[in-house]
Design a protein around this ligand. Structure first.
Ligand SMILES: C[S@@+](CC[C@H](N)C(=O)[O-])C[C@H]1O[C@@H](n2cnc3c(N)ncnc32)[C@H](O)[C@@H]1O
Length: 214
């Protein structure tokens, strides 16, 4: 897939699920400190660089990914991928997006690790309540999504936004659908347990957005 910047993406996940909501949300929120869990080839990261830089003062985008893929990206999964190629495209795409803007105005921090380890390090490094916008689009396994959700709650500031992709994602349909291998159970559990601390925003069903209120 091409773009005016010759960015190279092999899928349209970001275009089909997030872009229309972000076109409305991002100009209102104007986030300066962003955390993304699951970056793949950098489609969502490049969108943020393009829309947010340059702004008054530096913006900071932290990208967490193993670049090893989830279970669905392994051989035999529903979206098998050569993850070393994916990682190379993340690097070249974000370099191009940065070069087209004001590179000095964007601090892009890559955390190549499992999300629970990278998130724990961010908390340990004083980033509690630091982020304006957290986008959770990493592992689709319920155990990982609930871990990402709770740790991200502590990393986002009050009135900041926690966004989840793939609310209705599943590997298989019907009886083969395993609720522990889907994000939905984790997002619903987070929403129920944190109902005094976050408020759900009106959003399309495939994604879910919460504002932290306490
Ligand atoms: C759906 S893709 C992200 C798509 C990207 N946000 C976009 O809009 O193009 C999911 C990514 O999460 C990463 N991932 C899966 N499980 C992970 C985990 N436990 N920790 C960190 N990254 C993980 C995969 O390597 C993959 O690159």
């Amino acid at each position: 897939m091409g773009s005016p910047l010759s960015l190279e993406f092999t899928n349209s996940w970001f275009e089909s699920s997030a872009r229309s909501t972000w076109d409305q949300l991002i100009p209102q929120l104007k986030p300066k400190r962003i955390l993304e869990i699951g970056s793949y080839e950098g489609a969502s990261t490049c969108y943020l660089i393009d829309k947010l830089a340059p702004q008054e003062g530096q913006i900071e985008i932290h990208c967490i990914d193993t670049w090893e893929g989830g279970l669905e990206n392994q051989q035999g999964g529903i979206a098998p991928a050569d993850m070393s190629g994916v990682e190379k495209r993340f690097c070249s795409n974000t370099e191009l997006a940065l070069a087209a803007k004001a590179p000095a105005e964007v601090k892009l921090v890559r955390h190549k690790d499992f999300s629970y380890k990278a998130l724990a390090r961010l908390l340990d490094n004083g980033k509690e309540g630091f982020f304006d916008f957290v986008y959770i689009d990493g592992s689709h396994q319920a155990v990982d999504v609930i871990t990402d959700a709770i740790m991200s709650y502590y990393l986002v500031r009050k009135d900041g936004i926690l966004a989840f992709d793939d609310y209705n994602w599943s590997e298989f349909a019907g009886e083969k659908r395993d609720p522990l291998r889907c994000p939905k159970l984790a997002i619903d559990s987070f929403s129920n347990i944190f109902f005094r601390k976050v408020v759900a925003l009106k959003v399309p069903l495939y994604q879910v957005y919460f504002r932290k209120i306490a």
